[in-house]
Design a protein around this ligand. Structure first.
Ligand SMILES: C[S@@+](CC[C@H](N)C(=O)[O-])C[C@H]1O[C@@H](n2cnc3c(N)ncnc32)[C@H](O)[C@@H]1O
Length: 215
């Protein structure tokens, strides 16, 4: 896959590639309608389109959607790019698979950044603002049997994600987990994350976790 990135658009890192692998495993020929929320360069949307899925990709950023257009053309696939806040541009529509690598880095404030590259990273003081909104709304955008896949860090607490998906009526489980050193944006504020109780004292590792919810 060839992926270009416009300035100001988040570069796909290991969490995105890990999620792309799990996503491919869910596209069994029957699950054809895919929604990529917080698409960035479109890497996950394009991975699904290359498997033959009919893909819609949503992002708040105009530059991200321009990247999606360029990258779909480069890879010879069709993706429907829509601009807006999470599920708002797909109101009333359902999908077989919803895949998302949302902003999940704990930020300096409760408020989310309104623009800039920080909007791709920060998600409130515990990093869960977008994750929680996605957990609460996903069920109403899934066809029967449909699946939502969310990637985030164990620092965000995957048990909270599992409980939130279950509370919305989905069957929730961990689809994949990878243990490693804290990512650079977490490591740079490790002392503050310890102060907030998000890291144990001296903890400098995390799991990247993919949480799966099925309707
Ligand atoms: C971590 S990046 C992920 C990019 C890509 N999915 C990947 O895996 O590489 C998060 C993306 O979410 C977008 N975003 C942030 N808040 C959003 C919102 N409320 N609705 C839609 N997209 C949002 C950002 O513009 C950014 O492109």
């Amino acid at each position: 896959m060839r992926i270009l990135r416009l300035p100001g658009v988040h570069r796909p890192i290991s969490d995105a590639w890990m999620l792309a692998d799990v996503l491919r495993g869910e596209l069994n020929g029957e699950r054809t309608r895919v929604l990529d929320l917080c698409t960035g360069t479109g890497v996950l949307a394009i991975a699904a389109a290359r498997e033959g899925a009919e893909v819609t990709a949503v992002d708040l950023s105009r530059r991200a959607l321009a990247s999606v257009r360029v990258n779909s053309a480069l890879n010879g696939v069709r993706v429907e790019p829509l601009r807006g806040d999470l599920f708002e541009p797909v109101a009333g529509r359902v999908f077989d698979v919803i895949v998302t690598n949302p902003p999940y880095v704990p930020g300096p404030t409760r408020e989310l950044p309104g623009s800039g590259i920080e909007r791709a990273w920060y998600a409130g003081v515990d990093g869960r603002v977008l994750i929680d909104r996605i957990c609460d709304a996903a069920a109403s955008h899934l066809a029967p049997g449909g699946v939502v896949l969310i990637v985030h860090s164990s620092v965000n607490d995957e048990q909270k994600t599992l409980r939130r998906l279950e509370a919305s009526g989905l069957e929730a489980s961990i689809a994949a987990r990878h243990h490693g050193a804290l990512g650079p944006l977490f490591a740079a504020q490790a002392a503050e994350l310890e102060r907030r109780g998000l890291l144990h004292e001296g903890q400098r590792d995390e799991d990247v976790v993919i949480v799966r919810g099925q309707r």
